[in-house]
Design a binder for this molecule. Structure first.
Ligand code: NAP
Ligand code: GCO
Length: 265
């Protein structure tokens, strides 16, 4: 009988920064596929809001306050998860920020903060989780990359540098740990309607679309912004046995942006 290769039954999944947004959507899909959900956020407040949202969705998640840039907090969190829940089978490095500032106006501290959360964070959390995956003989790591893993644009220098680095960190984890049956892949979302992109979609004073909103619609063959739910199927695929021979791949879920020159104005 063909087992359900997409099942996550009995798996423990840690999704970082998953109180809301893309992380929440991915964790919710994992739960529906059978996984036990663990997530972290930087504050008790965010955690409690997230726990309430999961409960409302019928999901009993566990949550820990943890800043992904703090190696001691991360090591402590992972040790607690392994003791209280079990070895982590699936890690999604989702937590991330963006700062939209012209590079010549961006301070080194602002640049470093984005790199710290968006690139150092995934390194720190992956480093903490990999020993358990090696011990149990399997693991899935999914890094949430971006269009900016491939493309640049004005004002997002730090974010693009981080997400470009995250693409290569994904390939290096694949290279270094593939022999331990650990698959490390990336998901590169296109432009997704979440709090992070809300400023790019704000209606203008006259009620018209934000210019960037119109720009993205013209650049996307699907002629729409993505939703966090658009990422659920690809994430379950990369977290499941269905992708056991997929490694070091960045799966772009962008409605076709990277393939398209853009609609003629
Ligand atoms: P979001 O709505 O801003 O959510 C980001 C989450 O990460 C929040 O829960 C935030 O918690 C958490 N976080 C931030 N810094 C953290 C830290 N140091 N430690 C722990 N948690 C931290 O963002 P999103 O749109 O869902 O994006 C999620 C991921 O997808 C990010 O990596 C982003 O770069 C990537 N992405 C987004 C898009 C898009 O169009 N939205 C497209 C491509 C890639 P707080 O509440 O504490 O801030
Ligand atoms: C921006 C957006 C993008 C998206 C995403 C696209 O300011 O250009 O925030 O960076 O967040 O990363 O894939």
């Amino acid at each position: 009988m063909m087992t359900n290769q997409f099942s996550l039954d009995g798996k423990v999944a840690l999704v970082t920064g998953a109180s809301y947004g893309i992380g929440f959507a991915i964790a919710s899909a994992f739960a529906k596929a059978g996984a036990g959900i663990v997530f972290n956020d930087r504050s008790e407040e965010a955690l409690n809001k997230g726990l309430a949202s999961y409960k409302e969705a019928g999901i009993e998640a566990k949550a820990y306050v943890c800043d992904v840039t703090d190696e001691e907090q991360v090591q402590t969190m992972v040790a607690r998860i392994e003791k209280e829940v079990g070895i982590i089978d699936i890690l999604v490095n989702n937590a991330g920020i963006i700062k939209r500032i012209p590079m010549h106006e961006m301070s080194a501290a602002e640049f470093r903060q984005v790199i710290d959360i968006d690139l150092n964070g995934p390194f720190i959390v992956s480093k903490a989780v990999i020993p358990g995956m090696i011990k149990q003989g399997h693991g899935k790591i999914i890094n949430i990359c971006s269009m900016m893993s491939e493309l640049g644009r004005e004002t997002v220098s730090a974010y693009a540098a981080a997400k470009g680095g995250l693409k290569m960190l994904t390939r290096n984890i694949c290279s270094e740990y593939g022999g331990h049956n650990i698959q490390c892949n990336g998901i590169g979302p296109g432009y997704i309607a979440t709090p992070q992109t809300a400023p790019l979609r704000e209606r203008q004073a006259d009620g018209s679309r934000h210019p960037f909103d119109s720009f993205i619609i013209a650049k996307t063959p699907a002629a729409r912004w993505g939703t966090p739910e658009d990422l659920q199927g690809p994430a379950v695929f990369l977290a499941s046995d269905a992708s056991n021979f997929v490694n070091g791949h960045i799966l772009y879920v962008d409605g076709g942006i990277l393939a398209y020159i853009g609609k003629q104005p």
